[in-house]
Ligand binder design. Structure first.
Ligand SMILES: Cc1cc2nc3c(=O)[nH]c(=O)nc-3n(C[C@H](O)[C@H](O)[C@H](O)COP(=O)(O)OP(=O)(O)OC[C@H]3O[C@@H](n4cnc5c(N)ncnc54)[C@H](O)[C@@H]3O)c2cc1C
Length: 441
């Protein structure tokens, strides 16, 4: 959770200071054990700040992870669009195709089609364009398996509504050049999105008001809300805490890279402690801030657990983080495997076994409900009226959706064949990029 600010762009000055979330949290002396798991804030801080974050930062700077294909023009499916906001800092600069590494832009493994078997007449260059991410050393058997893989992928139960990567509106974005930070997006448009996420998608009856909700007639009453929350089964409580953790992450990032000064053609970005206090200080938030920060740690643990579970998928030699540059690809994979090794050594993982463990039929229904609620949240991201916020909102929900997909695919991941793609479990490049970048946040 540390966020070291280091990017430089023309006309933009960044306060040359290492800013960490734990620095913010230490302002509020956040300590102690987290609810619904056996882990404490201090252990996570040490583990993350020394072992994980420096490596994740390096990983997300590599080509495979910095280009994310996204459709920021999809209409809001729930209410008429607010119209895209005109705030300058909401602008997202798409990446010209010529800048995207050839291996990435020509598609990924599961876009493989039968056409590849009939390509013998093509020039090498044409083949590279068609096959794109497919490693040229693959056997025919593997190629066939990829075709199966693609079919399976279309039918797989996703936790997120995925953007259609073939839509002309889907564009590559260089995440390093479009960092998540303060944009000035706020007020009724932003509240409507948050409100609809919590009200309609967190299993909550309308009669229970969320604490301090600016859209609630009574501004929300915390006692009733927490009585309701505590009465829920673990799964539904977890759902609320994940969403609240995501909300905290977004709001912390806007405090950590705030627009501090602007004028004479240059902008100064840096941490805004005052803004952070207003959102998270116990006194300023009637105790809500501490809960919200703990939910962020909880979200971290869930994503960490998903990475632990998905490690065997990536450890197979057949999985190649392909950009077309074999040296770069080898180093990227090595770095990812180092991260998995650190994660395996962490002793306080969240135990997801207690989730969906009840009666078989009940557990199945609940899991499906969970999936559909989360999918709906990913659709609400198309209602965010600020492109930069929409980009990072979509990426982080897709990252969390991918983490949930991993957590509920334990059996399939265990049974992965070593030398061929599996029919039971598969991740697209977009999901991998979202999972690691989301965790990096
Ligand atoms: C998907 C999305 C992405 C965004 N990305 C950005 C961005 O990149 N940069 C940027 O500057 N702005 C971004 N915003 C806007 C930002 O999140 C806030 O909405 C905005 O700054 C206004 O803040 P606020 O203080 O009015 O409360 P909001 O954050 O809008 O929250 C509304 C209400 O929800 C409750 N609440 C707040 N935090 C939590 C929590 N963690 N858990 C539970 N309840 C909570 C409080 O009652 C609060 O009044 C984004 C908004 C959305 C919906």
């Amino acid at each position: 959770m540390s966020c070291v600010i280091s990017e430089t762009h023309p006309g933009v000055e960044v306060v040359p200071q290492a800013v960490t979330h734990s620095f913010f949290c230490s302002l509020l002396q956040l300590t102690g054990v987290l609810d619904d798991c056996f882990c404490d804030v201090e252990s996570i801080d040490v583990f993350n700040n020394f072992k994980i974050y420096p490596r994740i930062k390096k990983l997300t700077e590599r080509d495979y992870f910095r280009y994310y294909k996204v459709n920021l023009k999809r209409p809001c499916p729930f209410w008429p669009d607010d119209g895209h906001c005109a705030i300058k800092d909401c602008h997202v600069e798409p990446c010209p195709e010529s800048k995207v590494p050839v291996g990435i832009k020509s598609g990924n493994y599961n876009k493989y089609s039968q056409a590849a078997n009939t390509m013998s007449d093509m020039t090498e260059c044409e083949q590279a364009n068609e096959l794109g991410a497919i490693n040229s050393t693959l056997s025919n058997q593997s190629k066939e398996a990829f075709a199966d893989w693609a079919r399976h992928d279309d039918a797989q139960d996703h936790f997120c509504e995925l953007d259609d990567e073939t839509s002309p509106d889907a564009e590559y974005v260089d995440l390093l050049l479009n960092p998540e930070r303060f944009t000035g997006y706020k007020g009724p448009s932003a509240w409507r999105v948050w409100n609809s996420i919590y009200e309609e998608n967190c299993f909550k009856p309308r009669s229970v008001y969320r604490p301090l909700n600016p859209l609630a007639p009574s501004r929300g009453e915390s006692k009733g809300f927490y009585n309701w929350l505590e009465g829920l089964c673990l799964e539904k409580r977890v759902f609320y805490r994940l969403i609240s953790g995501l909300h905290s992450s977004i709001n912390i990032h806007l405090c950590a890279e705030y627009l501090l000064d602007e004028g004479w053609g240059r902008s100064v970005w840096g941490p805004n402690v005052q803004e952070f206090r207003q959102r998270f200080d116990t006194a300023e938030t009637k105790g809500e801030g501490t809960r919200r920060l703990k939910n962020l740690y909880f979200l971290y643990l869930i994503e960490l657990r998903a990475l632990y579970k998905v490690a065997p998928y990536f450890e197979r030699a057949i999985v190649n983080l392909y950009t077309g540059n074999s040296q770069e690809d080898g180093e990227t994979k090595e770095l990812l495997l180092q991260i998995f090794n650190e994660i395996k050594a962490f002793p306080m993982h969240f135990d997801e076994k207690s989730m969906f463990a009840g009666h078989k039929m009940e557990a199945k229904t609940l899991k499906e409900e969970f999936r559909l609620h989360f999918k709906n949240i990913s659709r609400i991201m198309d209602c965010v009226g600020c492109s930069k916020c929409r980009l990072w909102g979509k990426l982080q929900t897709q990252g969390l959706g991918t983490a949930l997909k991993v957590l509920f695919s334990e059996k399939e991941i265990k049974n992965l064949p070593e030398h061929s793609p599996s029919k039971g479990f598969q991740l697209t490049r977009q999901e991998i990029v979202a999972l690691l970048n989301g965790f990096g946040r």
